[in-house]
Design a protein around this ligand. Structure first.
Ligand code: DAH
Length: 341
């Protein structure tokens, strides 16, 4: 039995030496001193011994227990201290370390341009509405008075999602149809968004680009309202000296239709590289809303008239910022984008 006690003591010593965590130390305590521990078992078995043996073994058992308790206590403290030290080391702050640089993002020039144009129209009382990029053929063509034989509907011009019904919108004019079907006059909205056409990318073409659509419908709206609104817009965006000029054009959803040119903001109209020597820059398409389009929204065409316009965002951004290749907008090159801080 005494040999057994010695073994228990030696074993406990070796194990305690190897123990690294509080849990491990406690495990050893339970194994030796716990209710079913090795030492407890021995003390329980002492009843079978002769009084002589019991005395000697009892004394020895007590010594061994005291020693093991001492060792446990010591190890507990040591492990606790080591854990604290490790924590301190881990939490140590090196105040001499240089700070981490946080990079602040900048707005994309297309976003800046959309925001600038939108602000001008919001100040004139327009609300902003939006439509989806995946659209119905009806909202993109038929509802806009572009019937089945219109050339823009060709597979080579338009990305179709399904053969006959669904496509990627080629123009934000789709939002005209959506708005007219949802809302009765007075209507005064702009609709910025992404548009898609089957174009091979080059310096001035991209299969994805942005437009801002405008639509005004009310009693007594005339071409004078169209010209006044868009002339004021041009002066607010390009400067008070800006002049505007309306050239006849054709769009299926407006009649009459026009394109608006602004006097070149670079040379003031004398002629330069930006305006290709003409003194004028084409900026948007516009016109009086065709009655067929108003009818799509069940709007009384005897009572109401309206005008609409569509602005190419990248075109305005390229002119304003002197960007000579539209593809630069989509390359995500931070050296390009950071210039618009
Ligand atoms: N949707 C036309 C285009 O993509 C632009 C346009 C022209 C919109 C005249 C209009 C408008 O609302 O009245 O070329």
């Amino acid at each position: 039995m005494q040999a057994q006690l010695n073994r228990i003591l030696e074993e406990a010593k070796t194990q305690l030496q190897a123990a690294e965590t509080l849990a491990q130390v406690d495990e050893i305590r339970v194994k030796v001193l716990g209710k079913k521990g090795q030492l407890t078992e021995i003390l329980r078995g002492m009843g079978k011994l002769s009084p002589e043996e019991r005395k000697v073994t009892g004394q020895m058992a007590n010594t061994v227990r005291a020693e093991i308790e001492g060792l446990l206590e010591e190890k507990f403290e040591a492990v606790k201290k080591a854990a604290k030290e490790a924590q301190f080391a881990a939490e140590k702050i090196d105040v001499t370390e240089p700070g981490k640089e946080t990079t602040v993002g900048v707005k994309h020039p297309v976003t800046i341009t959309i925001e600038e144009i939108s602000k001008v129209f919001m100040n004139m009382g327009f609300s902003i509405v939006e439509g989806p990029e995946v659209e119905t053929v009806f909202n993109n063509f038929d509802g806009l008075n572009a019937g089945p034989n219109h050339p823009a509907r060709d597979m080579t011009d338009t990305f179709y999602i399904t053969e006959n019904d669904i496509l990627l919108r080629t123009q934000t004019s789709t939002v005209q149809v959506r708005t007219l079907q949802k809302q009765q006059p007075p209507i005064k909205v702009i609709a910025p968004g992404r548009t898609f056409r089957c174009d091979t990318p080059d310096a001035t073409h991209s299969p994805m680009f942005h437009q801002i659509e405008g639509l005004v419908v009310d009693e007594g709206i005339t071409m004078a309202d169209l010209k006044g609104t868009l002339d004021s817009f041009a002066k607010q965006l390009f400067g008070p000296e800006t002049k505007t000029k309306f050239r006849p054009h054709h769009f299926p959803f407006t009649e009459p239709s026009a394109e608006m040119d602004v006097s070149c903001f670079k040379c003031g109209g004398k002629g330069c590289r930006v305006c290709k020597g003409s003194g004028w820059i084409e900026i948007l398409g516009c016109g009086m809303v065709h009655p067929n389009v108003l009818k799509v929204g069940n709007i009384d065409t005897e009572k109401y008239t309206g005008f609409a316009f569509g602005i190419g965002v990248e075109r305005v951004a390229m002119l304003k910022y002197g960007v000579d290749d539209i593809r630069l907008f989509y390359e995500n090159d931070m050296r390009f984008i950071n210039q618009f801080k």
